[in-house]
Design a protein around this ligand. Structure first.
Ligand code: SME
Length: 160
């Protein structure tokens, strides 16, 4: 077991600094991407308040397939260009959605989700997987969350 002390009262940039340190420590030297995704999903779940889903969709044969996560059981396959995840994976760009009810094409996996942040992870310029965060709060994610998760995606690019 690994224990990380988490101070949820930290300002977001510092909370993400701590999250990145923990993710770096726990994935360092481990070559198995599924094990690393599983531990990082757990860290996201522990570190980030007010989320109801945190995890990965992996690129496999030109579609996204569910990877390790925390939260309710979710849809398994997402076509590129479909939903928030498929659009992020196809474009290679982060998607930050303040209100998923107002987002055309959003795929409902947990009816509690109201806002979503999806960040592609790129290896040698190609999307290898996406990090997906859902929250029951409207506009839960902002530019600081986006910067934090994009930094996490860069850090982990060669380990996932
Ligand atoms: N809402 C996502 C689907 C994945 S779940 O949120 C876990 C989407 O629209 O792509």
């Amino acid at each position: 077991m690994y224990t990380f002390e988490i101070d949820h009262s930290l300002p977001k940039p510092e909370l993400y600094e701590e999250l990145l340190k923990a993710a770096d420590a726990i994935t360092d030297g481990e070559p198995d991407p599924i094990a690393n995704m599983a531990n990082v999903a757990s860290l996201l779940w522990q570190f980030l308040p007010n989320i109801n889903w945190a995890g990965f969709y992996r690129m496999a044969d030109e579609e996204l397939v569910l990877g390790p996560f925390q939260g309710k059981a979710a849809c398994i396959r997402i076509a590129l260009g479909e939903g928030v995840c498929g659009k992020a994976a196809k474009s290679g760009e982060t998607r930050l959605v303040d209100d998923v009810h107002a987002y055309p094409g959003h795929i409902v996996c947990d009816a509690d989700s109201r806002s979503e942040l999806v960040v592609p992870v790129k290896r040698y310029g190609e999307v290898s997987c996406v990090i997906d965060l859902d929250s029951p709060g409207i506009a839960r994610f902002d530019a600081e969350d986006r910067a934090g998760i994009e930094a996490l995606a860069s850090l982990l690019a060669m380990r996932l």
